[in-house]
Design a binder for this molecule. Sequence first.
Ligand code: HEC
Length: 273
Amino acid sequence: MRRALGTVAVALTLIGSTPLPAQDDATEREVERYRQMLKGDPWSNPGLLDADRGEALWKERRGPKNASLEQCDLGKGPGKVEGAFAELPRYFRDADRVMDLETRLVWCLERLQGFARADIIKRPYSKANQAGSELEALATYVANKSNGLKFAPQLEHPKAREALAVGEALFFRRQGPMDFSCSTCHAESGKRIRLQGLPFLGKPEAARKVIGEWPAYRVSQGTVMTMQHRIADCYWQMRLPLIDYGSPVTVALTMFLVNQAKGGDISAPQIKR
Ligand code: HEC
């Protein structure tokens, strides 16, 4: 009941939120000031600890095969981490499907190190105030190695273009008990739920500003959060069942978001509220 009321409140907030009244502008300015203070000293970003931990995990010989991930092919050839994230998701011939960063990491953990998939994805997302999971740390490390680059989606393969088309359709598809689509919350400027700005992800200028910030360190959670987790959380907000880790749905949506953000800077892990 409480949750239902909460959802009604969300829906009402959405209806009433554009354009923002002057008082809301002041609030938004203060929230922005808080974000800038967090970003002011990049070395105070706790997400970098996860990037470091991810690098150590990448290089450590582990798993039944006692191998490191240094031969993992993230799309630019075995062992090449620099710049790989800027071109993900992409089509991988060995898997004959499109994979995003996290799906590919699971693939390498299975194939190179011999871990069982069920064990790898047992705890894919950390909860509030837990240390980041191994997958989160690895994803943060790899994404961080594309910092300063721009998203360059690889759409030559038909399956990559198909993922993009599916992602776009999913973004606008209304579904679930609330009949929400992603675009219900993310296809207008100036929308906000409580203190959280809702970026207009349907608009490339807005997508370019935020998509390259993920994986991000979330102050409210005290942990890093990956794009798969972000999308899973938004689906949860739409009252849909928890989506499978590495589902083609999250991969397709990520392809759509990255294509929207094409040419946008990567600055992961960024700090989010
Ligand atoms: C009920 C409203 C709602 C719906 C529907 C929704 N989201 Fe969100 N989304 C949010 C909120 C709220 C945030 C910000 C959370 C925060 O700041 O902690 C957010 C944040 C995001 C972000 C991060 C933006 C940033 O600032 O970096 C992405 C990406 C995103 N959503 C994608 C999606 C996708 C893809 C879908 C559809 C599967 C979707 N959202 C559906 C409410 C929604």
